[in-house]
Design a protein around this ligand. Structure first.
Ligand code: 13P
Length: 251
């Protein structure tokens, strides 16, 4: 089964709407790389302008969060209905920063994955271990528990569309990336967990990215690994030239 790799930029809390549009104007025509899906996940406030700016390109737009309810008295929240209405295609769910700073639990992640599918959004679900968990030899166990929660209650046809981002927390924004071999091993393990939950065919369709200090100068090492289907990139996705180099590197 050949899987189309995805290079997704996670802009985190960076870029105004006008900065996002300038970015698209710079990368337009350079990220339409055959066989690679390019996505940028922007702050909510940039999404309407971004969705407009990418029209006519193959670049897709993602959000970085959504609420698990469709509407209601949840002051300050944004739902899947609203994202879908804007023309957003992807949504990051369960990023370690949301788990750490906004108390997002595995149960909330599961509800958000279901909300994404209700509104035709592809979830990019983040899993990954903390440094102390890695040092205690718990990497696979942590990833298994998070993966099982994220896929809970999905139909196989939905599960096959999920994008998983394996992001070891100690590698995020630190410049200390996982070796490509270690990332490949954990990602292969995560694919095995999905196979146990569903079946071989479903697991073979799920795209699993690596994330954590991915840069233009190391993307190729990750892409050479058989289990790794692209990257979720923070810092190195912010500059147009760097983002283009990442997409090129995923060919
Ligand atoms: P960096 O690429 O800046 O390490 O961030 C990774 C990340 O958190 C992407 O979601």
């Amino acid at each position: 089964m050949s899987r189309t790799p995805i290079i997704a930029g996670n802009w985190k809390m960076f870029k105004t709407a006008s900065e996002a549009v300038s970015f698209v104007n710079e990368v337009k025509g350079k990220v339409e790389v055959e066989g690679v899906q390019s996505v940028v996940c922007a702050p909510f406030t940039a999404l309407p302008a971004l969705a407009e700016a990418v029209k006519g390109t193959t670049l897709k737009v993602g959000a970085q969060n959504l609420h698990f309810e469709d509407n209601g008295a949840f002051t300050g929240e944004i739902s899947g209905i609203m994202l879908n209405d804007l023309g957003v295609d992807f949504v990051i769910i369960g990023h370690s920063e949301r788990r750490a700073y906004f108390a997002e639990t595995d149960e909330i992640v599961s509800k958000k994955v279901h909300a994404a599918f209700r509104h035709h959004l592809i979830p990019i679900v983040c899993v990954g271990e903390k440094l102390e968990e890695r040092e205690a030899g718990q990497t696979k166990e942590v990833c298994r528990v998070q993966t099982e929660a994220a896929f809970k209650g999905l139909a196989a046809s939905e599960a096959a569309q999920v994008v998983v981002a394996y992001e070891p927390i100690w590698a995020i924004g630190t410049g200390k990336s996982s070796t490509a071999e270690d990332a490949n091993e954990v990602i292969g393990y995560i694919r095995g967990v999905i196979r146990d939950l569903f079946d071989e065919n479903t697991a073979s369709q799920v795209r699993i990215q690596y994330g954590g200090s991915v840069k233009p100068n190391n993307i190729r090492e990750y892409m050479q690994q058989p289990e790794i289907d692209g990257a979720l990139v923070g810092g190195a996705s912010l500059e147009p030239a760097s983002y283009v180099a990442l997409v090129e590197g995923a060919k």
